[in-house]
Ligand binder design. Structure first.
Ligand SMILES: CC(C)[C@H](C(=O)O)[C@@H](O)C(=O)O
Ligand code: SF4
Length: 428
């Protein structure tokens, strides 16, 4: 019987099968940020176990609220910073070098095909775009991961989603993942791994695959995996060239993890996206999805372009293309947060930052910031945001605020008109 990529990664990392369908896996990476890791650190210290399994395999960043906004967030940063120093974790990213975890870690080549990755963050599934099994975990699992380099998981069942067809202009990876979540529902893939397949995924670059994998958790999935291919190898080449004789050889090595033809799936679905229109959310759940055309006229107070879903260079390029030559609506506050310093400086070089600024956007440093309503653009009660983020939960960007999720193109068009709008209005 054939195996899925997730099953093969589990087999390759298996340390123990204590009972039933439970597997203890060896970890290749433990990623950390300043919101969840300090709790784990403080508990380890209190238990006299202030150790790390391997400082090379642990990567840490201060990203959610940076620069710190108050004494509490300053202390969270300090606990992580002091711990990283104490344990000689050299891949630690602080002010001036920091960016959103799920953007900066892939950019540094830390996510690789066949890897097992955990982090105390629900969007850790993003790294599945590289053909890794990457999952968000709670504090206890994070502590064990930091201390022993292992994590316990239920054996993975896989939901295969084939995305096929030809995309219309103005429709992006974000629209596709919103469509997937609409079809599956917020619990449709609970306790499962989503395997993204089909010609549309094959044709996507890594930025687009990360947008897809990022929101797998919004359909309940533990991880969202794309199979590694030459696009993956090309993206990682600078980081892996010493370990592989050629790109072809790297591809062959990575392909050993690819799902077999006769792999067994718990569920599968084919979605033809040829007729897909740009989509947006309308309620407080990510599966409350409608075509942008049906939401026309919905007034907005703030537009946010950024986050681990859509704060990458390609996202900024697409939004800037829509914004170029326009100023945003006088009733709209536009905020853009490039997801990493590298993305920021490339966007500067390409003139993208200038376009944002000339159109009336405020450009912030790389941070999660407004995405989770902790800083840099919290909504007032009753306000409405158009955002390229991944969660529209009640009050997500500020108590009493409403968030509509959408692609960077739709967000940029909406900033210009002041209401949810299709970017085809501004196609040049
Ligand atoms: C702060 C962190 C625990 C949280 C998460 O896990 O998702 C955050 O990143 C979010 O998006 O709400
Ligand atoms: S950008 Fe938003 S969703 Fe992503 S890790 Fe930060 S807070 Fe969470």
């Amino acid at each position: 019987m054939g195996k899925t990529i997730a099953e093969k990664i589990f087999d390759a990392h298996l340390v123990d099968e204590p009972f039933g369908d439970v597997s203890v896996l060896k970890l290749d990476r433990v990623f950390c940020h300043e919101i969840t890791t300090p709790t784990a650190i403080q508990d380890l210290v209190a238990r006299g176990k202030d150790r790390v399994f391997d400082p090379e395999k642990i990567k840490a960043v201060i990203d959610h609220v940076t620069p710190a906004k108050d004494s509490k967030t300053a202390m969270q940063g300090k606990i992580l910073r002091d711990w990283a120093k104490r344990h000689k974790i050299k891949d630690f990213f602080d002010i001036g070098h920091n960016g959103v975890c799920h953007a900066i870690f892939p950019e540094k080549g830390f996510a690789r095909p066949g890897f097992t990755i955990i982090m105390g963050d629900s969007h850790t599934c993003t790294h599945g775009a590289f053909g890794a099994f990457a999952a968000g975990v709670g504090t206890t699992d994070l502590e064990v991961g930091i201390l022993k380099g292992v994590c316990t998981f239920k054996k993975p069942e896989t939901y295969k989603i084939e995305i096929v067809g030809t995309l219309q202009n103005g429709v992006y990876a974000k629209d596709i993942i919103l469509k997937v979540i609409q079809e599956l529902g917020v619990n449709g893939a609970t306790n499962m791994v989503i395997e993204f397949r089909g010609n549309i995924v094959d044709e996507m670059n890594m930025d687009q695959r990360m947008t897809l994998s990022n929101m797998a958790v919004e359909a309940g999935a533990t991880s969202g995996i794309c199979l590694p291919d030459m696009t993956t190898v090309e993206y990682l080449w600078d980081f892996i060239k010493d370990e592989h004789a050629s790109k072809q050889e790297a591809l062959e090595t990575f392909s050993t993890f690819n799902s077999d033809e006769d792999a067994v799936y718990a569920n599968q679905k084919t979605i033809d996206v040829s007729d897909l229109e740009p989509l947006t959310t309308f309620g407080y759940k990510p599966d409350n999805v409608k075509p942008v055309s049906q939401m026309k006229g919905t007034k907005i107070d703030q537009v946010y372009i950024g986050s681990c879903t859509n704060g990458r260079l390609e996202d900024l390029r697409i939004a800037a293309k829509v914004l170029e030559g326009h100023t945003i609506n006088e009733n709209v506050r536009g905020i853009v947060s490039p997801a990493t310093p590298k993305i920021f400086s490339q966007a500067l070089e390409e003139g993208i930052i200038k376009i944002f600024m000339e159109s009336g956007f405020c450009v912030t440093n790389p941070t999660c910031g407004a995405c989770l309503g902790m800083s840099n653009g919290v909504l007032a009660d009753g306000e409405v945001a158009a955002a390229t983020t991944n969660r529209n939960f009640n009050g997500r960007m500020g108590k009493g605020g409403m968030v509509h999720l959408m692609s960077p193109a739709t967000a940029a068009a909406s900033a210009i008109t002041g209401e949810i709008s299709n970017s085809s209005l501004f196609c040049k």
